[in-house]
Design a protein around this ligand. Sequence first.
Ligand SMILES: Cc1cc2nc3c(=O)[nH]c(=O)nc-3n(C[C@H](O)[C@H](O)[C@H](O)COP(=O)(O)OP(=O)(O)OC[C@H]3O[C@@H](n4cnc5c(N)ncnc54)[C@H](O)[C@@H]3O)c2cc1C
Length: 396
Amino acid sequence: MDLTYTAADLAFRDGVRAFLDANLPSDLQKKVRNHLRLSRQDYVRWHQIVARQGWAAPAWPVEYGGTGWTPTQRHIWEEECARAGTPPILPFGVNMVAPVIMAFGNQAQKAHYLPRILNCDDWWCQGYSEPGSGSDLASLKTSAERVGEYYIVNGQKTWTTLAQHADMIFCLVRTDNTARKQEGISFLLIDMKSPGITVRPIVMLDEDHEVNEVFFDNVKVPVLNLIGQENKGWTYAKYLLGHERTGITAVGRSKRELLFLKKLASEHYKHGKPLMQDPVFAAKVASLEIDLMALETTVLRVITRESHAPGPEASMLKVRGSEIQQQLTELMVEALGPDALPFDTDYLEGKADHAVTGDDAGAPLTAYYFNFRKTSIYGGSNEIQKNIITQMILGL
Ligand SMILES: Cc1cc2nc3c(=O)[nH]c(=O)nc-3n(C[C@H](O)[C@H](O)[C@H](O)COP(=O)(O)OP(=O)(O)OC[C@H]3O[C@@H](n4cnc5c(N)ncnc54)[C@H](O)[C@@H]3O)c2cc1C
């Protein structure tokens, strides 16, 4: 396999770099590179800058507003965004619900939702997990009972990322209690402003409000918001999860964080010498770098074969990607020692220009470390991914 870029790919990369140099606002770049928290407005602002360029959904078919880029060009775009330090284009709309709408939605749903997703007119969140139904998702209980031209939805979703900002939620709901559990599930699009929806924050280990509980109390949802056929939602849900797991790998961001770690370890001293010269610490960094290079090669290998929806290899990428992301945050905290201790919420949320410790690069890192414990849980826990790998790849 040839892993070098062609001259055309390199020219494409130069074009992307020029775009990012000219269009990435420096305040957003500073927040991302320094691990500060992004507001709703930050995400939307960047999404709409990219949308104006026509690049907000590179993987979509051109007829819906995609770019027509090759898989390698899409990879270069993601790499360059990560390298520059752009806010992410959140996956819930562009990469999760949109492919489901394209594959299983009707014409009216495509015409209404896809342009709005492309331009970030609607903020989407994902209503899959429930208390007691995470790994065992098919056991979900939130019910949707059909009454005339509406479904009446009752139940609770949990861990719903950034639902406090959302205009729309895509939900798995139970429409048949008598069938085998995978066969009684439907896929509904629900307006978050509907009467009967309550969003309650869950504050995480890093003291950030990133996830929520969402309660449904007799929420009326038009039948027109059903995707595909009633009771076929499990098929659509599985289709979506493959897309979620490939996105979580985040090799580009890990490469940027590796450079950040090396800089940090060059600027912090142990026994009078930069930590990067400590053989034990340097060996840990080198080992992580090797793992990251191996993951990158695997990603490229998967990309070159990807002419279809991602298969079980997405599980492999998710496990290794999340482990590497967590190890990076562990080494950042180890490099800083006591300087990584403070939770400086004002600085993290952009209400103060500098950290109380005076170490602007170091202060957010404990919160960042705590936040990244999530990566081995969300998108299907790593234990579940390993089950998939043993069954679908190793054939055990
Ligand atoms: C930060 C964050 C954001 C999230 N965002 C969303 C969101 O936006 N929308 C959404 O729908 N969900 C979201 N989730 C939920 C996420 O998908 C679930 O947390 C995940 O699927 C695990 O489910 P659970 O938390 O119920 O744990 P459980 O399923 O109860 O698992 C508990 C532990 O048991 C292990 N385990 C369970 N079953 C098995 C098995 N068969 N074999 C081996 N080990 C097993 C798990 O790996 C885990 O370690 C988010 C979660 C987090 C942490």
